[in-house]
Design a binder for this molecule. Structure first.
Ligand SMILES: Cc1cc2nc3c(=O)[nH]c(=O)nc-3n(C[C@H](O)[C@H](O)[C@H](O)COP(=O)(O)OP(=O)(O)OC[C@H]3O[C@@H](n4cnc5c(N)ncnc54)[C@H](O)[C@@H]3O)c2cc1C
Length: 411
């Protein structure tokens, strides 16, 4: 039997995007049902920031736009409509002040559960009905509205928000269901994969240096022999490859088989590095190469490893350095090649790249351009942010914008 028009809106998915959309759309006589497949809402939210929940980033909201890969333009209206400072006010007004550390904004309590509790409480205050443990199996169009079928019931409703998240950390419930619903409703879904993840490197030479980090290295991405992108950020050696914010943020573009060339000398290109090295050798040729390299302020263990890789003896002096060895060393310093064997899988990656194609969604409302009354918010969309709170801000801002549009005609 079909439960007809009991609700004015059904939100599918009880993550931050779905909960926030529901609570913002509530009021004015709206009857809202939120359907969550897990036995409780916000499972992924509880893991964020290692349980401390980095809700957003500090600074002017316009500075956010460069933190969503190539899709900053799409998310601009959402971010301007509901900004980072609005999010901070929302929680502060509900007695959850925030603290900022290196630009990252956290609740002072450092507890994701406090964020979740407020979202659930506000849903309850707005009389949003939350049903857990009943996954939505199918969404279809019917009589100018939608049929939503769960394991137990079928609902007919005029407005639907799909807030089912991406495909990573599937243990939290984000298993890509919304992408199937989108496809069945005629939407295009771009290729999905892991993002915000470390990369494993083929024949990785630095496993013994795991834990060493570098500030602001320059990472070039080489695909099919051609440099396609460049990124600057902090790098961390792991036991099997590369991580750190610079790699995590760049990982949305990286595929297995790609080569990363890393310059460990930010602001110094190959010819400049050569000039510096030759000048130092000329000034003190009897010094050991590793001492001459101190000019570049690199960790000692790393320098020793570079010498091994360049075939230079640890006690070799600058004057003894052959042209070939010098060239090999400079290549490693300014363009050390790393072949990517794999990225962290969907069980490790923090977000999903790809999703519901943005060209079929109105960025000013989050409504489908193909099916009126259908909305997509949060990570189900083909948008992923950098580390630092950009993904939760995207979830809250897209949720708020859809809610605004949904509430408007019914006020
Ligand atoms: C370990 C980890 C740490 C992170 N830390 C941060 C951080 O500190 N800051 C930050 O900005 N971002 C962080 N992120 C990313 C952030 O958590 C996500 O981008 C965000 O949760 C996306 O919100 P969402 O509501 O779109 O989707 P989700 O949070 O994935 O929620 C989707 C919900 O939909 C439900 N659902 C799915 N299918 C169905 C269905 N068929 N029927 C009913 N319900 C369904 C799921 O069970 C889930 O509860 C982190 C992610 C991970 C994995």
């Amino acid at each position: 039997m079909i439960a007809k028009d009991l609700y004015s809106l059904i939100v599918i998915g009880g993550g931050p995007a779905g909960l926030f959309c529901a609570l913002r759309a509530a009021g004015n006589g709206q009857k809202i049902l939120l359907l969550e497949k897990n036995t409780s809402v916000g499972r992924k939210l509880l893991l964020t920031g290692s349980g401390q929940c980095n809700i957003t980033h500090d600074g002017d909201i316009r500075s956010f736009l460069s933190h969503y890969g190539d899709n900053g333009r799409f998310i601009k209206p959402s971010l301007l409509n509901f900004q980072n400072r609005d999010l901070v006010s929302f929680f502060s007004e509900r007695e959850l002040p925030v603290v900022t550390e290196s630009g990252k904004v956290f609740p002072v309590s450092r507890k994701a559960i406090n964020i979740l509790d407020i979202l659930v409480k506000e849903c309850s205050a707005g009389k949003v009905e939350i049903r857990c443990g009943d996954p939505v199996l199918d969404v279809s169009t019917r009589e100018g509205g939608f049929l939503i079928r769960t394991g137990r019931e079928t609902f007919r409703v005029d407005h639907v928000v799909i807030a089912t998240g991406g495909i990573t950390y599937p243990v939290t419930g984000s298993t890509g269901d919304g992408l199937s619903f989108a496809k069945s409703l005629g939407h295009r879904v771009t290729e999905v994969g892991p993002a915000l993840t470390a990369v494993a490197i083929q024949d990785y030479p630095f496993s013994t240096l795991s834990g060493i980090s570098f500030t602001d290295v320059i990472i070039s991405l080489i695909q099919a022999g051609r440099k396609v992108r460049q990124h600057t950020g902090d790098l961390l050696f792991t036991h099997s490859g590369l991580s750190g914010p610079g790699i995590l943020d760049f990982s949305r573009y990286i595929r297995p088989g790609d080569t990363l060339r890393i310059s460990f000398l930010p602001g110094v290109d190959h010819p400049q590095a050569k000039e510096i090295l030759i000048a130092r050798i000329n000034a003190a040729g009897n010094r050991q190469v590793k001492k001459i390299l101190a000019a570049f302020d690199l960790p000692d263990r790393f320098v020793r490893k570079l010498l091994d890789l360049a075939g230079i003896k640890q006690d070799q002096t600058g004057a003894q350095l052959s042209r070939e060895a010098r060239s090999a060393l400079l290549d490693l310093l300014t363009g050390c090649p790393f072949i990517v064997s794999r990225l962290g899988g969907i069980h490790e990656a923090m977000v999903t790249r790809g999703g519901v194609s943005l060209d079929e969604i109105n960025p000013k409302t989050m409504e489908s351009r193909l099916v009126p009354g259908l909305f997509f918010v949060g990570e189900v969309l083909d948008i992923d942010g950098d580390t630092g709170g950009y993904n939760l801000q995207a979830a809250f801002s897209t949720g708020a914008l859809a809610a605004k549009r949904i509430a408007e005609p019914l006020c």
